[in-house]
Write a protein that binds this ligand. Structure first.
Ligand code: F6R
Length: 368
């Protein structure tokens, strides 16, 4: 039941701190990530030379976030592919390939068929799944459950943050098994991850400003989303949420791609959400994104920046700044996605739409 919330989606967003915390629970032992369900698979995990993540929609964007973490920590190449594209292009697979499927329902036909294809072609399979005993989980060699609890609203929210959390844990587990990360760094990362639920709580506390923004923007015809590095998949996710819930044309771009085409879309008044990397980012992406903001602002874009607390560099160029608490740059997606989920929900609500049951969509897509 909705338990006093206006929609299942509102309730499920409010449950995101627990979704992350419960997914971490029992998987940190002496400062190291230990996934008990992968016991006995150390030899296989140490021997793989490639990871292919397969998923659809929102689940695939969690995979894109996971790619940054897994490659950085476990030093193994990670590809992310849509399930329905994967199995029709004769992918090169062997017993050193680990195919990681991600699915909230565990019943998505495209992903199930892709897992079966992977098995039939000699790959090893791991499922990240939110539904106990689901078909995809049963088909795979191993399963790491996300513990988001049942997700009822069609649009995925708490399952997404739980999927990202599971991928971080898997990345650290893999790094431990492969000996690619020292114990101290790993413990530090896990401590950061364990601090995330309280920070999500803080972001949720600022929900009212998002509601206002969504009301002002309820007649928008198109909204763009820009992000870079781990902010890029979040831009894609912000755009998907807005399309599916508010029926507004929305596109997510990698900020670095702007001048390769999308900047032509900018005209006066065009709303653009920009996920601003932390100024503490070791790759200095912050300055690059701030310069992107200046470029599009000069062409009349209305800038809605999602930026870390205390980041003053964005102030002169942003029409609105949505603040997120400080976090280690790799973990920022668990915070930056929250305002975008709230925005899509509030804008759909302002338009009088049913946020739990958007038109033409089903919670679990069991046909190809
Ligand atoms: C978006 C959404 C979909 C699902 C996708 C995969 O809000 O819900 O894009 O993420 O259909 O579903 P699962 O995770 O059940 O395989």
């Amino acid at each position: 039941e909705k338990g006093g919330w206006s929609s299942f989606m509102a309730k499920e967003i409010s449950e995101e701190p627990e979704a992350v915390a419960n997914t971490i629970l029992g998987r940190v032992v002496d400062g190291q990530a230990v996934l008990p369900e992968l016991e006995g698979l150390d030899g296989m995990l140490a021997g793989i030379d490639r990871v292919i993540v397969i998923a659809c929609g929102t689940a695939s964007y969690s995979g894109l976030v996971g790619k940054y973490a897994i490659e950085k920590w476990a030093r193994v190449p990670v590809e992310v592919e849509l399930s329905h594209e994967f199995r029709y292009r004769e992918p090169v697979l062997n017993e050193r390939t680990l195919v990681v499927s991600i699915s909230q329902s565990g019943e998505t036909m495209d992903t199930l068929m892709a897992v079966k294809y992977a098995i039939a072609n000699g790959a090893r399979t791991l499922s990240i799944c939110n539904t106990q005993g689901a078909t995809i989980a049963r088909e795979s060699d191993a399963v790491v459950y996300t513990h988001a609890g049942p997700e009822v609203a069609v649009a995925s929210t708490k399952a997404f943050v739980a999927q990202i959390t599971a991928l971080y844990l898997f990345g650290l587990h893999l790094a431990r098994v492969r000996g690619t990360l020292d114990a101290e760094t790993s413990a530090h990362q896990l401590a950061e991850l364990q601090g995330i639920p309280a920070k999500i709580e803080q972001v949720l506390g600022n929900g009212e400003e998002i509601t206002q923004l969504a009301k002002w923007m309820s007649d928008s015809r198109a909204v763009l989303f820009l992000g870079r590095h781990v902010g890029y998949p979040i831009a894609l996710e912000g755009a998907l949420k807005l399309k599916e819930l508010a029926y507004i044309h929305a596109e997510g771009f990698a900020a670095g791609e702007l001048k390769h085409g999308p900047i032509a879309l900018i005209e006066p008044g065009q709303p653009v959400f920009v996920i601003v990397p932390s100024p503490r980012d070791p790759n200095s992406l912050h300055a690059k994104v701030v310069s992107n903001i200046q470029e599009i602002r000069a062409r009349g874009a209305r800038i809605l920046a999602i930026a870390e607390e205390g980041d003053v560099a964005v102030l002169p160029f942003a029409d609105e700044v949505i603040r997120i608490p400080l976090a280690a740059p790799l973990f920022e997606p668990l915070l930056t996605v929250i305002p975008l989920q709230l925005f899509a929900m509030e804008l759909a609500t302002a338009k009088g739409l049913d946020v739990d049951q958007p038109r033409n969509l089903a919670k679990s897509v069991t046909v190809e």
